[in-house]
Design a protein around this ligand. Structure first.
Ligand code: GLY
Length: 416
């Protein structure tokens, strides 16, 4: 099978690494890929992965049998719609399904209609109405840009003034169209869990849970980022929560979408918070998590490609993923200036083979002198071990040895 993998971050490097282990795979092409993906397959970096026609053309030129979409942007741009119209198998939802992520207000509407527990919320395009709502609430305040903002459109703050400033930033264009309306949510507290499903034909097959760290600094301080680290499995979560989420969240969501004429095929990411009132949904995404995928792929022992191919053509009903018992811990190395203005062009040294460590590239590029930074989250350093602390030691051992000027990483990922 010839597979086209769209995307070029750490999630896609981890997905590509997993896909090439399948006996079904003949050739992997990534678009736009990254230097890590270039070591395990072919890379096409001169085609825009969010351009539906260009991707259909690329598939025709290379005889692609299956397209696997990593990030949300191609899905929100309608790449899966164009592929489906051209009868090219694709694992990823259509633009209508991707609204679960590309519109937070749509996701809230689906949850309300399907009776899914979530935080109370209200959507505003009018600044004054939003400010009145905030002034009538008690903090902490949760303000979210309605559209896609690469994980950076959310503010959680105790300060009414900062919340109002964020409303002004969003409605004032900080996130472009993504912030032209905002969602104000009730604040919820508790441990968070990321759950993922492979969905097709009304079925939802769970992956194992993972936990990520969204804030930039130790102790969950600093701004929200795309994610600074992750680990799996979670010792505080058992199958009961996964079963509950399948029954009370994943399947009702698929049914609600189907009732609206949306046949959802693709990954579904359910961000949960475990409150004292029970689990509630914080967010939906139409893709796998990043940096969670980087700890799940090394632990999955099933043939992922076989499942995605079956999903793209309908039938996954009886499938069950199998997993290794090992622990995986991912420490993200970020560029100085991340998340606001990460510095590109910094030479990276020390990328070598470490025992029981995977290095998944994210924002890197090749230069005349070697690999260098090209954006914010540069590398994912994933340690594996028989215990969480062993996996952690291995990840941090390599994270200290790999270097670039101004390298930043959290020191408390998977701390027990
Ligand atoms: N880990 C957060 C995300 O993928 O959106």
């Amino acid at each position: 099978m010839k597979v086209l993998l769209l995307g070029g971050g750490g999630r896609e490097h981890a997905l590509g690494w997993k896909l090439i282990q399948s006996p079904l795979l003949d050739r992997l092409i990534s678009c736009p890929g990254n230097p890590g993906l270039a070591t395990i397959g072919d890379v096409v970096d001169d085609v825009d992965p969010t351009d539906p026609e260009a991707i259909v053309h690329l598939c025709g030129a290379h005889g692609i049998d299956l397209v696997v979409v990593g990030p949300e942007a191609p899905l929100a741009a309608g790449v899966a719609d164009a592929l489906e119209a051209s009868r090219i198998p694709v694992f990823g939802p259509t633009r209508a399904g991707a609204r679960l992520e590309s519109s937070k207000s749509f996701a809230k509407e689906i949850m309300a209609s399907a009776g899914i527990p979530t935080a109370g919320s209200a959507t505003f395009a009018d600044r004054d109405a939003a400010v009145i709502h905030l002034e009538r609430s008690s903090g902490p305040y949760v303000v979210k840009a309605d559209g896609l903002a690469a994980g950076k459109g959310v503010l959680v703050t105790e300060s009414l003034e900062s919340a109002i400033d964020w409303v002004d930033d969003c409605l004032g264009g900080k996130f472009g169209d993504a912030g032209s309306s905002i969602v104000l949510e009730d604040y919820l507290s508790g441990p968070e869990v990321s759950l993922f499903y492979v969905c097709a034909d009304g079925d939802a097959i769970p992956l194992q849970p993972a936990r990520d760290y969204k804030r930039l600094l130790d102790g969950d301080e600093g701004p929200n980022t795309g994610g600074m680290g992750s680990f799996s499995p979670l010792e505080d979560i058992d199958d009961t929560l996964v079963d509950w989420t399948t029954t009370h969240v994943a399947l009702p969501t698929l049914r609600e979408l189907a009732a609206r004429g949306i046949d959802y095929t693709g990954f579904l990411y359910i961000g949960l918070i475990l409150t004292s009132d029970g689990p509630k949904v914080l967010e939906f995404n139409c893709r796998l998590g990043d940096p969670e995928t980087e700890v799940l792929m090394p632990r999955m022992t099933s043939d992922l490609l076989a499942v995605l191919e079956a999903g793209a053509s309908g039938g996954i009903a009886d499938f069950d993923f199998s997993w290794s018992d090992r622990f995986a811990v991912n420490v993200v190395l970020a560029a100085p200036g991340y998340p606001d203005s990460p510095q590109a062009g910094l030479a990276i040294t020390g990328i070598e083979s470490f025992s029981d460590v995977h290095i998944f590239h994210a924002a890197t590029r090749e230069s005349d002198t070697g690999v260098e930074t090209s954006g914010g989250r540069v590398l994912n350093i994933v340690g594996l071990g028989d215990t969480l602390s062993q996996a952690r030691e291995r990840a941090y051992g390599a994270a200290h040895q790999i270097d670039f000027e101004g390298k930043h990483f959290r020191t408390d990922i998977a701390e027990e």
